[in-house]
Ligand binder design. Structure first.
Ligand SMILES: [Zn+2]
Length: 285
């Protein structure tokens, strides 16, 4: 605990610190992911599309409700930054902060990627994760976090003082623009905080700082999702490579990531509807 001479601890400081923590969002009332139904549907699925995301670049793809998509490490350890948008209305997009509040700092099989307000519904459910064995290591690190944001040229400029054009934010922006046939500057506000696929991260115990360490992912490892609604997926092969040293530069060894889409010819369950919450009616003025 840091000594703060300008802010002396009260006599009952230890008592105040020792109160029991309470889980902010107990998850026992969340809808059941029903992995058995998804696993059954997956067995009938055949590959219908694939996209190779080149190193230090981004790509987007379409995936319909009821289909599965898999992200696979090919070639070497590599981190990917994942965005999801509703295909019907890309302003409905993945909400990493609320997903973190509901499922914790790192995602694995059975967790869902939730959209923002006012919809707040599952966009995708994780059905397989070959790094599920990793758990939390001795540094407090784990994989597939929803605590980072995405490497971006603005923070890089702020901290390093120069311009780098292949940050994940930039790659996702260009990929979405190309996918929608729109100008990158126009779609940039749709790019959002990510699921850091394969990235190993945590917070330092002494200073609470966000840390990364070399990803444990190896060629052949994958994470797979069930699309709950019609989606546009976007993935950047992070310029940090395995993120064991640095990001936002051309220094690290980088590898492609493979995205495959599978179709079972049927949907495993109805699409989740937007949140039924309604504002109370208020009279104007
Ligand atoms: Zn990145």
């Amino acid at each position: 605990m840091m000594d703060r001479p300008d802010c002396p601890a009260p006599p009952d400081a230890d008592v105040r610190r020792a109160v029991r923590p309470v889980i902010c969002y107990p998850d026992d009332t969340l809808p059941d992911p029903d992995l058995a139904a998804l696993t059954a549907a997956r067995q009938d699925a055949v590959k219908v599309a694939e996209t190779l995301v080149p190193p230090r670049q981004g790509r987007c793809w379409d995936v319909r409700a009821g289909q599965f998509f898999r992200i696979t490490c090919v070639g070497g350890a590599q981190v990917g930054d994942l965005n999801l948008w509703s295909a019907a209305d890309p302003s409905e997009r993945f909400y990493s902060g609320k997903t973190r509040a509901l499922h914790g700092t790192h995602l694995t099989t059975g967790d869902r990627m939730w959209s923002g307000f006012p919809q707040l519904r599952p966009m995708a459910t994780i059905v397989a994760d070959t790094l599920g064995w990793y758990g939390f290591d001795g540094d407090g690190g784990s994989v597939h976090d929803v605590i980072g944001t995405r490497c971006d040229p603005y923070t890089h400029r702020l901290l390093a003082g120069d311009d780098y054009h292949h940050c994940c934010h930039s790659n996702l922006t260009r990929a979405l623009a190309a996918h929608l046939g729109r100008d990158p500057r126009e779609v940039e506000p749709l790019v959002h905080d990510v699921l850091n696929v394969f990235m190993c991260t945590g917070f330092t115990r002494d200073s609470g700082q966000y840390f990364m360490k070399a990803s444990p992912v190896r060629p052949g490892d994958y994470i797979e999702f069930y699309a709950e609604i019609d989606l546009i997926g976007g993935l950047s092969a992070c310029p940090g490579g395995d993120c064991g040293a640095e990001h936002s530069s051309d220094t690290a060894a980088c590898h492609p990531l493979l995205v495959e889409v599978f179709d079972a010819g049927r949907v495993a369950r109805p699409q989740p509807q937007p949140s039924p919450y309604r504002w109370p009616s208020v009279s104007p003025g």
